[in-house]
Design a protein around this ligand. Sequence first.
Ligand SMILES: Cc1ncc(COP(=O)(O)O)c(C=O)c1O
Length: 450
Amino acid sequence: MTTTYDAAPAAREGVSGGALTPAEVERIRADFPLLRRTVREQRPLVYLDSGATSQKPTVVLDAERRFYEQHNAAVHRGAHQLAEEATDEFEHARERVARFVGAGVGEVVFTKNATEAINLVAYAFSNAGFDGALEGADPEVAARLRIGPGDEIVVTEMEHHANLVPWQELARRTGATLRWIAITDDGELDLSDLEEIVNERTKVLAFAHVSNVLGTINPVRTLVARAKAVGALTVLDACQSVPHLPVDVRDLDVDFLAFSGHKMFGPLGIGVLWGRPELLAAMPPFITGGSMIETVRMEGTTYAAPPQRFEAGTPVVAQAVALAVACDYLDAIGMERVRAHDAELLRVLLAGLAERPWVRVLGPLEAEQRSGAVAFEVDGVHPHDVGQVLDDAGVAVRTGHHCAWPLHRRMRVTSSSRASVAAYNTPEEIQVFLQALDRVPEVFGTAKGA
Ligand SMILES: Cc1ncc(COP(=O)(O)O)c(C=O)c1O
């Protein structure tokens, strides 16, 4: 027996076409219990930190609870009815999440988060270097997975540490060289020397679809075309795009795609790796142990086919079930409409910040070139102090380097404040944020317009 999930309440009432109306956003907000709470002396919460983690609608919370109350058992084993039901729920969730990004069902691996998904790929490359690791693999695919001295791995200067450090480590372990595509002053990728940086020695090109700091939407097609021209594999960090834009793996034509459930109305504790089936089939495992084996003898072990080969141990079942419901929820609103609403909020936000000459926005100034997040600095005030003044007004933003230290260095700042939006945010909340921001120069005695 598999649970059939209720679509988003807002969608049942006929959300369709174009940007979301105020009434539709109100209905969506009503689905998120946490948005009803107050903070700091009974102020209404203005949650502008969805780039770090989004809030969760009741249907997602209920799905996780229902799994534990009705079906909880270890999957893929157990000779009893509950084990069968739990397995059905888990595999049904895999099919649903795969469909959300246009993927086939056996091509999706569940991980703990996007960081683990990216590490899984980086370690597969690393482990491919061991004797016998690619036994039985298609020789052409095996050659693409083997990395060593003389090979190059390319990232960009705007990566979240999750899509930088694993590649630094891979380079260190294999003797390959790490290179990167620089950022322009405007916060876009500098593609002027793309042909030199991504060249015949490049084995992997790993980059973010959308920057978690600059909000920049990167030119996936251009980068993938160049990688293909030189035979390099592409790894797309889609953490900040899957929650905000329609994403289809076939359309993007990348080789791997990673994202986290908790940024897209799903639960904490689950990430997703999609990979081309022929690559997953050849890849050695990352973590080994139970559930990922075919046969085990004292002398050695053979591994299960993907996706089980990459899901060692007891998997994230309840989280997968709830993530599937988050996919239902987003699809019921419509990702085109999520994108349109996001762009409208960013237009209001960017226009408001542009009216304040003591604020500098990092990254592109046009909402159409961005998604989700806007990082900024306030003249003469540390981002942590900015965050504190906003927090006093009930406005939650993130401050710091947002796990993108090299990016901040390149933009000549040590840290920044970041406001990030989701389908439940309103233009009125952006105004509350802007009014609270006006308190910053007052509190710290820095001149407005300085
Ligand atoms: C662009 C990007 N990549 C990777 C990650 C890492 O995600 P997680 O911490 O869920 O693994 C994040 C999280 O902020 C992100 O924004």
